[in-house]
Design a protein around this ligand. Sequence first.
Ligand SMILES: [Ca+2]
Ligand SMILES: [Ca+2]
Length: 263
Amino acid sequence: MQILILLLGLVIVAWAMTRRKVKEIAPAPPPRRTWEAALRAATTQEQLNNIRWGSDGFETVYQEGALSGEDYEYLVGLWAVRWTELGQPVLGQPEHRFYGIIKLDGVYAVEGSILSALIDGTVVAEATVGSGGNFNLTVVQPEGADYTGKTISFLLNYLATQTATWTKGATTSLTLTIPVPAGLPPGPPEGREPIDATGLGDVDMDGKVDEADSILIARFRAFQVSLTDEQQRRADVNKNGKVDIGDAGLIDRWWRTGSLELA
Ligand SMILES: [Ca+2]
Ligand SMILES: [Ca+2]
């Protein structure tokens, strides 16, 4: 009988050790209520984003399959509620808020790049892109203007594929994608000679002017790459002393038509 009790004790100890081992190998992610408490305690929208998209954020854990769909939906909903609460506008201000993610040519737009909203070709709001391509943009209708029903376009070097309709008091989640470059006919497959003997237009210095050069300008302006002084000189096709969207447009035109003349 004593031997039996001893054996039973050993089995229980072995079982307990196995449990502990499993726990050590795969630490459990924080339960839903930990993220929930963090979302409720957050005092800035940046903190909310970290709880969602940070390295221990619930987005990552959900992608890895360690958070149920039901819990994920709940946390996303709470995140959206808290986001609105923390960015509460001045009461009665006519505005339409947008938040979401922006990708430039398939890559998350880099932190610090500027996203603009346009109505009838005029910039009506700007926002600085945060980490992970996140943005939070508010289009306020100024006194005397009527934005109701107007189409909003989004621009980060090039126009986003998506548009929105301005609606007073609305909050809209958007995933913006910006093809680079967009809406122009394809150029010759081999590219073209540089614009002049100094290599003007050939930003990546491979001896020809093509799509890669204008994409490099877009990425430089989105802080995704750096350019040497020589590359910046070659990029400044309109010779206004800076690398700007006009240069990318002229390079596109040269590559596609062999002319710098505006149509
Ligand atoms: Ca080139
Ligand atoms: Ca320029």
